[in-house]
Write a protein that binds this ligand. Sequence first.
Ligand code: ZN
Ligand code: ZN
Length: 131
Amino acid sequence: MHAECFCGNVIIEIDGTPDWVSYCHCRSCRKATGAPVAAYASFKNNVLSTKSGALKFYESSPGTKWGSCSICNSPVTYQSSKYPNDTHFHLITIDAHESLRPHSHVHFEEKVSWIDIADDYPTYDGSGPDE
Ligand SMILES: [Zn+2]
Ligand SMILES: [Zn+2]
């Protein structure tokens, strides 16, 4: 499978399965995406290879980097020095996202009040037990 930005400039091949797939309701993810909730799949860095383009990075705090396309600006990745071997991809950038369903909600304490969650996946305050 592969991840691709909005315009197709950035293409990253992913040769592996995700360690973690989840929604994140934190304020940072909302601001970084412009969406009320973000969804991610996290992969080990050693299964990733860039096929086209290059990400540009915004460092919102020391060790927290948000990768986006330098042409279309669409968000593609999140990386934290807390998880140095992992890259979180915005789930919707991945071609196989339909088969990578989120299975939890993290930072649920920050959820916007006008989002109603109708699934039965576990909810966690903070980053949850899987990370
Ligand atoms: Zn792009
Ligand atoms: Zn978040």
